[in-house]
Design a protein around this ligand. Structure first.
Ligand code: UN1
Length: 513
């Protein structure tokens, strides 16, 4: 049965023409010539229009957020956690509708759209627990009758710049933590997926209003790079959390660094799986194929390279080629399909360009790529997942192309495989498939993977929210979601209290009047 998109839009409060910004229940910014139209890559249809915020709109949002922060930071953290719990409950109720809109606006499979909303629910649950923690340490003073400890305070306004590929989950990783920590948020979603942003803003705004919270705690602002630049250059936004390309991240880091602000960057990956001769090849196949073609290769954790031991190279390649022959490409809302479209025709051009470059460098395509044509592919965004045999040092292999292109590299020794794995500018996710304990532990040791995420017998994508998420080198060094990633959203204060009758100085310094 064809999904009734209109009823999903109605349920989520998406209109034909939507406002450019929101501070909660207040929406503003009229539609002008600078409207963004959201087209679905699924069928090429225009879903709705959204206004673009002006500099004046941006100023208004900042003022509301500053005012809201003065109140929100006085709400006890467990109470803030309870509001985030209610956000999680609202997401549970809206999982089907929001997951479907994610799938339709972004193009990922319906299962992955639901998975993304589940990831939002999970981070809300995590943040609720955190709201009763946010622990600081206590330490022993060198002076008698003195007490020392540290505590964590909120920063103020957290600016969230998110990408099209996880249009809602990445916002929630940031927002759920930032909010329990006592911050207020301003979110600039990708201009490629503004409607899922509007849907989330409607959901959270209702929860905040039901709890009598003021406008300005959770804000949304629609625009392109120029709105992002207003945020990154704005001293009133102490933390910018940005997800996207390495090129974008470098610009954000430079602007935020120039004003000594904080940035939390989650940028490109070039993730590899090492397939050892000691691997379970059936398990490896699922991890590799899901990693490479899931979200049509548009996750920052997508598997881009397979580094395969020479003894099993031909056998594993044959399995891969066979499984690619069975992939069903098409409407992602139809659960029979494995792979949906790329986000837009610009992404298709980048995919074709990378294939050409790979061939020019000597890449041997064992599964050919290409753009699918015909009635079912009318958006022009559907491409064939492809596989090429390459050398790790090809320029194109060093580059992250956001598309389902998988590179095969042959290795002889584990150290050589690890050198290939680490021999790219990015450092997000990595994995080894092996049943050999020595190999697995070596890969995880400090002589092994240099990435922020290193897995054994699991692919590179699909991290759980409980761990800190992010990577090294050109991935930007940030950590989001689980573990102690919350610390990025707070400032640390060290407190020393003297309850003695004298004022002894540290380091034994004598100073008598
Ligand atoms: C991203 O692609 O920006 O680990 C995030 C994963 C997901 C998150 C990906 N949980 O693949």
């Amino acid at each position: 049965m064809k999904t009734d998109i209109q009823s999903i839009l109605d349920k989520l409060g998406i209109e034909a023409n939507n406002a450019a910004f929101s501070t909660g229940n207040d929406w503003g910014g009229s539609l002008n010539s600078e409207t963004i139209n959201s087209f679905s890559p699924v069928d090429g249809n225009k879903i709705a229009s959204v206004g673009v915020a002006s500099q004046k709109d941006y100023e208004g949002v900042i003022l509301k957020a500053q005012e809201a922060f003065l109140f929100w930071k006085t709400v006890p953290s467990p109470k803030r956690g309870d509001i985030v719990r209610q956000l999680g409950d609202a997401l549970r109720k809206n999982k089907e509708a929001l997951g479907t809109l994610v799938s339709y606006e972004m193009g990922k499979s319906l299962q992955e759209g639901f998975g993304e909303v589940q990831e939002m629910i999970d981070i809300c649950d995590f943040a609720v627990g955190l709201s009763r923690q946010l622990y600081g340490l206590t330490m022993h003073s060198e002076r008698p009758s003195h007490r020392m400890y540290e505590q964590w305070h909120p920063l103020g306004i957290v600016g969230i710049i998110s990408a099209f590929n996880f249009p809602v989950a990445v916002w929630s990783w940031n927002a759920a933590l930032a909010l329990v920590c006592g911050n207020v948020c301003i979110w600039k979603p990708s201009e490629k997926t503004p409607l899922t942003g509007i849907a989330c803003q409607k959901i959270i705004s209702k929860v905040l209003a039901d709890n009598d919270m003021p406008e300005g705690v959770s804000n949304l602002i629609i625009g392109d790079k120029s709105i992002g630049e207003l945020m990154t250059n704005d001293i009133r936004v102490p933390l910018i959390s940005a997800t996207g390309s390495t090129r974008m991240g470098k610009a954000v880091a430079a602007a935020v660094g120039a004003r000594l602000g904080k940035s939390l960057l989650e940028l490109g990956g070039n993730n590899a799986i090492i397939i050892s001769e000691h691997a379970d090849l059936d398990m490896s196949l699922i991890g590799a194929v899901f990693g490479a073609v899931g979200t049509a290769g548009q996750r920052c954790t997508s598997t881009r390279r397979l580094i395969i031991h020479e003894n099993i190279y031909d056998a594993f390649k044959a399995k891969l080629v066979k499984s690619y022959g069975q992939l069903r490409i098409g409407d992602p809302l139809d659960q029979n399909n494995h792979v949906g479209p790329l986000i837009d025709v610009a992404a298709v051009t980048a995919y074709l360009d990378s294939i050409e470059k790979c061939k020019a460098e000597g890449g041997n395509f064992v599964v050919e790529g290409g753009v699918l044509k015909g009635e079912n592919y009318s958006s022009g965004c559907y491409v064939k997942p492809c596989i090429a045999e390459v050398k790790n040092d090809y320029k194109i292999v060093q580059h992250e192309t956001f598309a389902p292109i998988l590179y095969l590299i042959k290795y002889k020794t584990l150290d050589e495989a690890i050198a290939f794995q680490n021999g790219v500018p990015q450092g997000l996710s990595s994995a080894i498939m092996t049943l050999n304990l020595r190999e697995a532990e070596h890969f995880l040791s400090n002589q092994g993977s240099d990435c922020g995420i290193a897995n054994v017998n699991i692919g590179t994508s699909g991290a759980e929210i409980g761990g800190a998420f992010g990577g090294e080198k050109e991935t930007g060094g940030g950590r989001e979601s689980g573990s102690d990633a919350w610390r990025a959203y707070m400032r640390r204060q060290t407190n020393t209290i003297n309850y003695s009758h004298t004022l002894p100085l540290a380091q034994g310094i004598k100073f008598d009047l």
